[in-house]
Design a protein around this ligand. Structure first.
Ligand SMILES: C[S@@+](CC[C@H](N)C(=O)[O-])C[C@H]1O[C@@H](n2cnc3c(N)ncnc32)[C@H](O)[C@@H]1O
Length: 323
């Protein structure tokens, strides 16, 4: 098969690109405005990322491609945000229309979109309807499905996302099916290293943080199951244990303000998940490189903003199968 060419928008650290790459596709163009995410992307891919604001990129400056990839910004639709959608005061909701401008001119065979589950219900379904109608008007037929990484990616993270795959050719549209759920065999132990003593900065110890956070954590985090240890979150005033034995949904603002990074208890004490472990929770390969000079805060954000690579790869393989 001649490799189909992908153009990646809102590319972040390249999670969608990696899934498609693993399924045999080739990225020929990537755009991402955040220079720190670009740094991580370029460390792992042999591509020079176009780091301009997508609003400033002329369509003719983008090379031709067969598949559009886009996990477009979701804060405007996310339950965690203000949900202003297309009216988002920071303009994040209307970035979809930049994609529209590009697919109208470039006419890719396939458009792959990823977003928060709430995109479907946002504004009583109007937001989603506008997106589907936009695709439809340009002759695309779309299938979509909400998938949880723990059911579809064999990854111990609870992460529900909507995936939209739109086809220009009716035949491909008819043939395409989303992958089936798979039995999860991996656990949080494949994500988190419980056996190694990490840098002191990741540990909660007595007197390190103001108030009685440590004391509360110490009481609440009584480890129960050695084979499938629990993941906890500090929620401003109390400790929450994840009941499904997986990592809770990672978010882009983890590590900022009141949005704390998940916690684990190991024989060395109570600590935060490492940035690398957050990338593991997104199914990135262990060899994925995180640039040394980037702060933990930047890396936590990059991981939280990203996708679960094995889910993307399975969808990309389902596309490859019908081409
Ligand atoms: C949800 S994240 C996508 C993450 C990506 N799928 C990954 O695996 O890392 C959305 C990305 O859009 C980028 N972005 C936001 N506004 C942009 C703009 N105007 N032009 C280009 N990129 C933008 C953000 O910096 C962020 O990295």
């Amino acid at each position: 098969m001649k490799k189909l060419r992908c153009a990646s928008f809102f590319a972040g650290v390249g999670g969608i690109d990696l899934g498609f790459h693993n399924a045999g596709f080739e990225t020929v163009y990537a755009n991402e405005i955040d220079k720190f995410a670009v740094r991580t992307y370029e460390e792992n891919f042999n591509i020079k990322v176009d780091c301009r604001d997508i609003n400033d990129v002329k369509t003719e400056q983008i090379p031709d491609f067969d598949i559009m990839l886009a996990g477009f910004p979701c804060q405007a639709f996310s339950l965690a945000g203000l949900r202003q959608g297309f009216d988002d005061e920071k303009g994040r909701g209307i970035l979809f229309f930049q994609l529209e401008r590009i697919f109208i001119e470039k006419k890719p065979k396939i458009i792959f979109l990823e977003n928060v589950k709430n995109l479907v219900g946002h504004d009583n379904g109007n937001t989603f309807r506008v997106i589907l109608e936009s695709l439809h008007k340009q002759g695309y037929k779309a299938k979509y499905q909400v998938m949880n990484a723990m059911d579809y990616g064999n990854i111990a993270q609870n992460r529900e996302r909507i995936y939209i795959v739109a086809f220009k050719e009716e035949e491909l549209y008819k043939k395409f099916c989303f992958p089936d759920p798979i039995q999860r065999t991996s656990t949080v132990k494949d994500i988190i290293d419980f056996e190694t003593k990490m840098d002191d900065k990741y540990y909660y110890t007595e007197g390190k943080y103001k108030g009685d956070i440590f004391e509360q954590l110490d009481v609440a985090m009584k480890e129960d199951d050695i084979d499938n240890p629990s993941i906890y979150q500090w929620r401003r005033k109390y400790v929450r244990k994840n009941q499904s034995g997986v990592v809770p949904t990672l978010t882009a603002n983890q590590g900022e303000g009141g949005h704390n990074v998940c916690l684990v208890k190991t024989k060395f004490g109570i600590r935060k998940m490492l940035p690398k472990e957050c990338f593991n929770a997104q199914g990135y390969p262990k060899a994925y490189k995180l640039p040394d000079e980037l702060s933990d805060a930047k890396l936590y954000k990059q991981a939280g903003n990203s996708v679960v690579v094995p889910v993307i790869e399975r969808i990309a393989r389902s596309i490859a199968d019908i081409i």
